[in-house]
Design a protein around this ligand. Sequence first.
Ligand code: BGC
Length: 880
Amino acid sequence: MTITDHLTLTTIDDVWLENRRGGSSIGIGESRPRVSWATASASPVGSVAFELTREDGTVDLHLEHGGGRRLIEWPFAPLTSREAVSLRLRVVGDGVDSVWSAPYRIEAGLLERTDWHVPFVSPSPAEPQGELRPGYLLRADWDSVDPARIRRARIYSTAHGVYEVELNGAPVSEELLSPGWTSYSHRLRSQTFDVTEAIRAGRNVIGVWLADGWYRGRIGFEGGLWDVYGRDASVLLQVEITLTDGSRLDVPLTDSWRWSKAPITSAGLYEGEAYDARLLPSGWSDTGFDAQHWQRPVVLPFDDFDAAIEAPTGPPIKVTEVLRPISVEAIAGSRIRLDFGQNIAGKLRIRASADAGHTLTLHHAEVIENGALGVRPLRSAISVDSYTFAGDGVEEWTPRFTLHGFRYAELENWPGGIDTVDVEALVVHTDMERTGWFESSHPGLNRLHENVVWSMRDNFVDLPTDCPQRDERLGWTGDIQVFTPTALRLFGAHGTLSGWLRDVAHEQADQGHVPNFVPWIECGFPNHPTAAWGDAAVIVPWEMYRHDGDTRVLVDQYDSMKAWVDLVDDLTGHTGLWNTGFQLGDWLDPAAPPDSPGASQTDKYLVATAYHVRTARILAETAAILGRETDAAHYGAVAERATTAFQREYIAPSGRIVSDTVTAIAVALVFELFATEEQVAHAGDRLLHLVAAGDFHISTGFVGTPIICDALVRAGGIDAAYHLLLQEELPSWLYPVSMGATTIWERWDSMLPDGSVNPGDMTSFNHYALGAVADFMHRVVAGLDSAEPGFASLRIAPQPGGALTHASASHRTPLGLASSAWRRDGESFFLDVEVPPSATATVVLPGGGGEHRVGPGRHSFTSTFRPASQDAPKPPYRRW
Ligand code: BGC
């Protein structure tokens, strides 16, 4: 090997902190962030040199032995608040080192509470409840030092409400709806904005747009609640300037703050925003504006505020894509209807001119029903924006402080002619990195996968929510419990989820159990411990650990995990059988009546006890991983007891399950609840029978659906899994696709075959839970699975079927890109795999094609594969 080869092979070309690949490294909340790195090449590396350069020019070096690439403990002194450093890495070889990686800049945020030395300022400490409140503008100014003396300038800020910041007339960031929604009474996230380039000589002006948001606006269903977290809408904003000599200036803004009502005459996350452009004070966030007539805000001392202020762990909400309408149509009632071809979470951006005072109204809906926007499913989230023109030429506008779930929009009172460039749909959600892809020869399956991707995007709006359109949009625990493996396949969701889990722990401590959605608000939903929902406290961190191989989430969540299992153990009276109290069971079983979604065929307490076994086992394993041997033994015993209780109560000696449903058997199979192999075989046969007897239609709800295909595979029924997966008749995954769905629906029949909307009060067209099957598509159809936490080793075992002629999945694992792509040509089977650096893989070829162990890099395999019955009509499966 030549030296040149060596250099190209080993250069480190990506460095990141914690699990925040691609995320910002300014304002981080960790003083000892763990470091990960990647090379483009798969060659093994020996040692890695770390070089940390501080702003005073001092350099620290560290040599990391052992070949680790992931989450290497911070090898230097902890960062202090605001400390800015630059990190480079290089591979140290035998006699020759690689070139240094590009410098990676890291800057700590305000790490201590005492770093905050300004108060909150509030334009309006209280507003009457019951009607939408306006937005506010806040403004402060100061005289800057000569910009040539400035090394960097930062705004550290947060709000009670939602806010956007401007400096000298221009926005300081693209973040939307900051600071997002957390359990505000416990923790409020702050933002760090780099404004170095925007500071001017002389006068500088900070402007803040502020509205109620989640903090004070109406949230929740059944009428919702106002002022859930407080009556003040306020801003905490600290400007700091670091001079070239290293000294720091704190910009004194408190006395200079003034406020006025914004042109946003009303704003509600659910309701929409009304904006009167005539009311915009021209140049209000810039110099030259006279704010003398503006009012002084109320000053709310920082010490009166109890919650922790934290740096975000995940990416912010942003516009991630802009869509143009695929059709524009004039309809009755002087409205123009736009179809964006995709159901999204987002908002419109309009460009038009009209006379001053002309008001344009924007209506949104996910579907068209009976020739009109289908707005009934929105319930009280009416989703109507309005814009009143200032009358000064072409005006461009998008609402700031609202969000809608929609594919269709209607413009009421559009001035003049319209072009498709005049109205765009802005897709808005947490800006996560895409990490997983799937493709096959089946267009319906591909669209299904695409729909899962979209439903994830639309529902990761700062926290994992159930739906983006109606008066709900809550962090339902059961939904993300079943969806986490898929979420982690598709996007870098770790940061968002780990932040949300902190809130789970806080709310759990408050309520004495894991509430059914987090953050919890008392809007009428039963506040009781519920299986499969509360179990999220254990399963979500566990799935994150399995995906990332990072035990920190287990350490961080351990008390919460334990508290949940202890509580359920208590509820069973230490018998292991959870057979009392409120349960959601196999929620949205297709056999349940539209107005009674919890009326599943499967025994709710069977589901509850099965989940108790599952989470007690996970906790026992977690305790063992964390070296807590006493706990491991204790929870092992709790799990044993629950397993025995389940078997005694629900499994006949033959293996027949008392609740003779697809969900019940699937749960028992996938959660491994049977006592003997004979029982497993017997139950597997019964499952195959039931699924075939149901003509391969879905008969499962939230609990059974995510695991039914795996259960069928365990029962030896890969064919049945394909039949179910590719079924197009109602109820099935592909029925919505055949109806033109572009997202995953909440109900199998959210839209009925005649095009009418399901009459249930709860009918969303954008819920990710039933899309959890995408994980099966990656793992089993394409065959890309991990064999060890963090994908340190892979198992690539595609299971072709369903007459598919090719399928592939790729995933950016924590170690790099992995992929599995197969195709069939007659009886020839071809498989191409890619194994990331530092990983190994066991490749299992279908049809007895053998097993192969391979290392990093690309590998190709050929074998013979004779489909059994996949291409034949649906098999009878009458073996029971
Ligand atoms: C939500 C669901 C949730 C369920 C539980 C619904 O209103 O949209 O996704 O899990 O309630 O009751």
